[in-house]
Design a protein around this ligand. Structure first.
Ligand code: OGA
Ligand code: NI
Length: 368
């Protein structure tokens, strides 16, 4: 069966309706500094099969290919064809690839890691200048608290819309550490090149017109970048960094920590850890490419586990189709043997939050 993974998505016992965040919060760093012990709100009580193991139980490593983005673009060559087949195979099974030759230097990626680390290492008062406001997703803060009995994720984050430019809320963009803003501008531009190339490569790998996904994605598409900090956690067996979820984006570009593991993907009911491959960008399919590809490319369920000794950082960019775009399976991928699986959706991210809050997989709402 499709997507009926038995997962308690938000570990919310009572479904809640309203989007509004509760006003009071502490970041995980503040919880640690306050010396109050581990608040019960972070403790995970396993309720379903896949979660019956301690969260820090060892899991095997996933076997995903590193894809050479520059080769994907030369699809007329033999190497290019081979690379496209690799892409097709990985995205239709795991929904994840590591991308190399993406046009960003190692030094540039290192700068992003360093600036992220430096930001989270700033004193609380400094970070609070960029604190998320009630009702806003952008800014600095902890896991969004949407209900009184939500189990919280062990994560602090800085969430910024980077594109289109008129959606940027620059008062949330750190002025310290120096260079943060400029680097994020630059990263946004560099990512746009990768995003366009990846959309084209995905289309080619399905033998489609190379612009068919891009056209659906739209000219007014949005990019949200989330800087994540997972501080060391005293109970990695019972506390989770990010609960199991699939991304509501078209796809997501991720810079995982270069030293500390934590990201895991679910396949056939089992968890696998993502390998650390230096200087690659991890790209995972989100729900909206799953819909556009009529279910051929999979939006994988994933989670982040915590670590007792080490902090972990990551930087995720969600590529979100324009709000007015109609997202639906590409016609050429609907056949007699592969009937259309999804309805047409619009503003999927809003629908995503409604479902997510109820502990359901949002993509279920789009199934025919
Ligand atoms: C996310 C996510 C993974 C990570 O932000 O949606 O899955 O490694 N992050 O931080
Ligand atoms: Ni995710």
């Amino acid at each position: 069966m499709l997507h009926r993974t038995k997962i308690d998505f938000l570990a919310i016992r009572k479904p809640v309706k309203q989007h509004m965040e509760k006003p009071k919060f502490k970041t995980v760093q503040e919880v640690i500094a306050s010396d109050e012990g581990l608040p019960e709100r972070y403790l995970h009580t396993p309720t379903v099969d896949t979660e019956s193991q301690p969260l820090d139980a060892p899991v095997p490593e996933m076997d995903i290919p590193a894809i050479d983005l520059s080769l994907l673009l030369s699809s007329s060559s033999e190497h290019g064809q081979q690379e496209l087949r690799k892409l097709h195979s990985a995205l239709s099974t795991w929904g994840v690839v590591q991308v190399m030759n993406h046009g960003m230097t190692d030094a540039f990626l290192d700068k992003i890691y360093e600036l992220t680390k430096k930001f989270f290492a700033l004193p609380t008062e400094e970070k609070q200048k960029y604190a998320r406001e009630i009702g806003s997703i952008q800014g600095y803060g902890n896991d969004m608290i949407l209900s009184d009995d939500q189990v919280l994720d062990w994560i602090d984050r800085l969430y910024l819309t980077t594109y289109p430019e008129d959606q940027r809320k620059l008062h949330f963009w750190p002025e310290i550490p120096l260079g943060f803003r400029e680097t994020l501008y630059e990263y946004t531009v560099k990512q746009q090149v990768v995003i366009e190339q990846f959309f084209k490569a995905m289309a080619r790998s399905l033998e489609l017109d190379e612009n068919c996904f891009l056209d659906m994605y739209g000219e007014n598409a949005m990019m949200d970048t989330r800087f994540n900090l997972y501080p060391p956690c005293p109970r990695p067996d019972k506390v989770i960094g990010v609960k199991p979820h699939a991304d509501g984006s078209a796809f997501t570009l991720l810079l995982p920590d270069k030293d500390v593991e934590g990201l895991q993907f679910l396949k056939d009911g089992k968890w696998y850890k993502a390998p650390i491959v230096p200087d690659t960008i991890l790209i995972n399919v989100g729900d909206q490419i799953e819909i556009m590809s009529n279910g051929i490319y999979k939006s994988p369920v994933h989670r982040v586990v915590t670590n007792r000794e080490k902090e972990r950082i990551s930087v995720a960019t969600f590529c979100i189709p324009g709000a007015d775009q109609e997202i639906q399976p590409v016609e050429a991928l609907v056949t007699e043997t592969r009937p259309r699986l999804y309805k047409t959706v619009k503003k999927y991210v809003a629908l995503y939050f409604d479902y997510y809050q109820q502990g359901r997989r949002p993509i279920e709402a789009a199934l025919i």
